[in-house]
Write a protein that binds this ligand. Structure first.
Ligand SMILES: Nc1ncnc2c1ncn2[C@@H]1O[C@H](COP(=O)(O)OP(=O)(O)OP(=O)(O)O)[C@@H](O)[C@H]1O
Ligand SMILES: [Mg+2]
Length: 251
């Protein structure tokens, strides 16, 4: 079978972030993001205490680093399962810079993610152009981080889980419905906005992390989202819809 290529793929997280900041509806859910430099990291750590440093063009959670400032001169970072502590900014920054391998990196305000059984999770929201040409949220799926990792990606040992099961630990049925409705709307608003700028896109996947006030932060938007993660749920109805829309879009 010939696999047709998606119509449009925007790789740079920086370009995508800037595009999303152009939407009045979406902007409030985008965590503060800067390009990595010695001074921008210092400023971001001062403002937020914890940040994520990640490759501008990364995938699968590879190269994603969680950075924290604890005391006045106490810094630490975690990459994969490796954790390092430092007691001065210069040594800390040089060590971090070595991990980036001279690639272009961004800094994003860190979200203290709501957890499920003490494990961080985030939500993948699949939004697709319907066969009738209307943007629709077609899938919601939870991704729970491996206990020793700072990313939730399936390719980094994360587990796929039903969103209701994840939300159920914290929310009533009524609250859960509201949160899911909000994700649905946010997904569609994001897709409509990006589509104006990139008319070639047919589907997007939003990575949404909740903080403890249940604000849905847009960690990133993928323009080539993996549809097969939905096949990992025992209920196949979402997977079938996602694939149906995908087939129609690739025609
Ligand atoms: N600002 C943040 N706050 C909290 N967690 C974050 C933040 N940024 C990233 N993460 C965690 O790291 C994971 C990977 O980050 P991100 O999605 O930005 O890059 P990527 O996964 O490498 O890209 P792709 O999804 O295209 O493969 C997220 O799913 C999330 O679990
Ligand atoms: Mg991601």
């Amino acid at each position: 079978m010939i696999q047709k290529k998606p119509r449009m793929h925007v790789l740079s997280k920086w370009v995508k972030t800037k595009a999303l900041l152009g939407s009045d509806e979406v902007r409030q859910y985008i965590p503060d993001t800067r390009r990595l430099s010695k001074s921008s990291l210092k400023t971001m750590l001062k403002s937020y205490g914890m940040v994520y440093v990640k490759p501008e063009k990364g995938t699968y959670g590879k190269g994603v680093i969680r950075v924290e400032q604890r005391g006045k001169d106490e810094y630490s970072y975690q990459l994969g399962t490796k954790e390092k502590d430092f007691w001065d900014y210069e040594t800390f920054y040089l060590s971090l810079l070595r991990e980036t391998n001279k690639r272009s990196y961004l800094i994003q305000k860190g979200i203290h993610l709501v957890k499920y059984k003490k494990l961080r999770f985030d939500i993948r929201v699949m939004v697709q152009l319907s066969p009738k040409g209307v943007w629709e949220t077609t899938g919601l799926i939870g991704r729970v981080a491996h206990p020793e990792k700072i990313v939730t990606n399936y390719h980094s040992g994360g587990k796929i889980m039903d969103v209701k099961r994840l939300f159920g630990e914290h929310l009533s049925t009524n609250e859960m419905e509201k949160v899911m409705h909000k994700l649905d709307n946010l997904g569609v608003a994001t897709a409509r906005h990006l589509h104006k700028k990139y008319p070639g896109i047919r589907q997007i996947g939003l990575d949404i992390g909740f903080d403890h006030s249940w604000i849905p932060w847009i960690i990133e938007v993928n323009t080539n989202p993996d549809p097969y993660i939905f096949n990992k749920l025992s209920d196949k109805s979402m997977y079938r819809k996602v694939m149906r829309y995908r087939r129609a879009a690739l025609k």
